[in-house]
Design a protein around this ligand. Structure first.
Ligand SMILES: [Zn+2]
Length: 289
């Protein structure tokens, strides 16, 4: 059975995956030089099954067509590193490496809403806003590995538009990512360190945060759906648990951008796979992509 690796910011999870089921599990907290992190990943594989049929790695960044990383925004030193080649040299196993949101979209295609919808966007809501794109049953990775990276669609074009982590102004992520949502809450005179605290408070600041989130997502997704005319949009990540609180606001903003009314009437769903989507999607990378 294959092993899936889900690489978060500081913690790396690994699991033996059988279809949509997770059989064995290991985890390591790691950081530092790329060689140290790659050794730690290889160590996880050896602990779980050194003769696994393949290893897939979902990385917090993008992979170029030649297999080199573009960069990992939160893990320094990985610019131009070929993670698949490095792990193959350590393990001698088939290795697949893909962007984490794209890997989660593969899991959703295989074992989630993909059973019902052929073309959908998986939207990951967390520190940033990312995504993976499935078109007509196929995961679209893109010519450069960037397909589905929806967070940097322009939603606000004024000079006062909020600055995004990418260095540009007015991106959807600047308003719908964690930093933007915390900023909105603070503007209401409230204090919170996490989105969960904001959701739990359920005060007027929380309402302002949902308004901003719904507007930013709906505006960006409305633009995107004018191009793609999808079957559904699937949300995942911690904030997606609160979708019912801002779903109507997303749809209202989508309607404002939709070229034609049907483009704002598609199902808005939450992922069926939950936190395991990363390792499940990763494990199926060597065979699928
Ligand atoms: Zn941006």
């Amino acid at each position: 059975m294959p092993i899936g690796i889900d690489w978060g910011g500081t913690s790396i999870k690994a699991a033996i995956v059988d279809g949509a089921a997770v059989r064995g599990f290991a985890r390591v907290e790691t950081g530092g030089e790329p060689a140290v992190i790659l050794d730690a990943i290889a160590g996880l594989v050896r602990v779980l099954d050194p003769r696994a049929e393949g290893v897939g790695v979902a990385i917090p960044g993008e992979v170029r067509p030649d297999g080199r990383c573009w960069r990992l925004p939160n893990v320094p030193g990985f610019e131009d590193v070929n993670i698949a080649a490095e792990l193959h040299a350590r393990l001698g196993l088939p290795i697949g490496v893909e962007n984490d949101a794209t890997a989660a979209a593969l899991a959703e295609r295989l074992y989630g809403w993909g059973n019902q919808y052929g073309s959908f966007l998986l939207v990951t809501l967390g520190t940033g806003v990312g995504g993976g794109l499935v078109l007509d049953g196929h995961v679209r990775r893109g010519t450069g590995g960037f397909a589905g990276e929806i967070g940097h669609v322009l939603v606000e074009s004024t000079e006062q538009a909020w600055l995004c982590g990418c260095g540009k102004r007015g991106c959807m992520e600047a308003y719908a990512g964690t930093a933007g949502l915390l900023r909105r809450y603070a503007e209401c005179g409230k204090q919170a360190g996490t989105i969960k605290e904001i959701a739990d408070a359920d005060d007027e600041g929380t309402q302002a945060v949902w308004q901003q989130l719904g507007w930013a997502l709906g505006t960006g997704l409305g633009v995107i759906n004018n191009v793609l005319d999808l079957d559904a949009i699937v949300f995942t990540g911690g904030v997606a648990n609160s979708l019912s609180r801002f779903e109507g606001l997303i749809r209202k903003a989508m309607q404002a951008r939709a070229f034609a009314p049907p483009l704002a009437q598609l199902p808005l769903l939450t992922s069926r796979l939950g936190e395991q989507a990363g390792v499940i999607g990763a494990a199926h990378l060597p065979a699928a992509m």
